[in-house]
Design a protein around this ligand. Structure first.
Ligand code: AFP
Length: 358
């Protein structure tokens, strides 16, 4: 990582800020208007405000539930609310956005009538993994940007219901031991670490490539008994049941998608949130979680499926749609798909169905 103040006390005089990096990338496209670059800075600014609030959370009385429930019927945490408002306020008056969608809001979020509109639709999960907030574990923000498809006026729901393969940018901010912003505009994946002493995101991970085979599998195994036989067999395989097909992996699971995904992106691994008998379409949201992470995974040469099908090809039908997710190192995601396909086919031919194994 590049840090302006090295441990020896020597000041590093050549650093790449996120602003300079985005501008350098934009220079490669003479037709670029700069609108997307500015939108990415707007998000980076919102991230700094949220990071500062999270750092102070233990000191000021903003930890804990706010009282209201969000559209998923979950208790909204105070920091969820703050993060949601911060992002909306950072984007709605910029003239770069035509409509927004947030995991915390039931409907699309229009740009206020007094503000001009731009050509982008932005979707975000303002504070993912928020049940970890009270125990001081890593949480994150996830964002996804599409070019509008409506021709004029305020954006519409059609602008946000686009398949992930049409994203123009996606990224996440991880509020962990340090704050990191990782994004892609379809030109590779780049990571920046917030230097709190100067308040800037500095380039720390240029062109991230995820290992083809990972060392970790990440899944909430307390759901094991609720998975169908195909998923159970795949997870057993990752643990070492079929060493000829896949090297046994170590388990790591935080329960905060950004943190679990980020670790596997850097170190290699596969994250799974399959469907189960309670969450029959999986738990994670296609638009706010799966699609942006899938875009990043593919740009880092990893992959992402719903178990069988590519996430980026799914055409959403509603804002808060859920999907099963298997994401990470390419060969590991492929192994899970192979196992699911094999067990499902053999259960269908034997007439046994793919019910949970005993
Ligand atoms: P919260 O935001 O409610 O904590 O949910 C986090 C999340 O959407 C995602 O970040 C995790 O990967 C997943 O849920 C964890 O779910 P389980 O607690 O069921 O394992």
């Amino acid at each position: 990582m590049v840090h302006p103040q090295t441990p020896g006390g020597c000041v590093q005089t050549s650093v790449t800020t996120i602003e300079r990096f985005i501008l350098d990338q934009e220079d490669r496209y003479p037709e670029a208007t700069g609108e997307l670059s500015n939108l990415l800075y707007d998000i980076a600014l919102a991230a700094k405000i949220i990071a500062a609030a999270i750092r102070r959370a233990g000191l000021v009385n903003i930890l804990g539930a706010q009282g209201a429930e969000n559209v998923q019927g979950e208790q909204q945490q105070k920091l969820d609310f703050l993060a949601n408002e911060t992002i909306k306020n950072s984007l709605k008056h910029t003239g770069r956005v035509c409509v927004m969608g947030s995991e915390e809001d039931e409907d699309i979020i229009p740009v206020p009538p007094e503000s001009s509109v731009g050509k982008y639709a932005v979707l975000f999960d303002p504070l993912d993994g928020s049940s970890n907030i009270d125990v001081n574990s890593a949480v994150g923000t996830i964002f996804s940007i599409y070019r509008r498809i409506s021709l004029e006026g305020r954006g519409t729901v059609a602008d946000v219901l686009q398949p992930g393969c049409l994203q123009v940018a996606a990224g996440y901010i991880m509020y962990g031991s340090s704050t990191m912003l990782v994004y892609t505009t379809g030109q590779g994946v780049h990571g920046f670490t917030l230097d709190p002493t100067i308040g800037e995101f500095l380039l720390s991970h240029e062109r991230i490539i995820t290992p083809r085979v990972g060392q970790y599998y990440s899944v909430n195994e307390s759901n094991f008994g609720r998975w169908d036989k195909a998923v159970q067999t795949a997870v057993r395989g990752l643990k070492g049941d079929v060493p000829d097909a896949v090297k046994p992996k170590n388990s790591r699971y935080i329960g905060s998608l950004v943190a679990d995904f980020h670790r596997n992106l850097i170190a290699g691994g596969v994250f799974l949130y399959p469907a189960d008998s309670k969450n029959t379409n999986g738990k994670l949201r296609l638009l706010y979680e799966a699609s942006p992470m899938a875009f990043i995974a593919e740009q880092a040469q990893g992959s992402a499926t719903d178990g069988l099908n590519r996430i980026l090809d799914i055409v959403p039908t509603h804002l808060h749609q859920r999907t099963p997710l298997v994401i990470g190192s390419r060969e590991d995601v492929g192994f899970v798909a192979d196992m699911i396909r094999r067990v499902t086919t053999s259960s269908a031919t034997s007439g046994a169905g793919s019910q949970p194994a005993s």
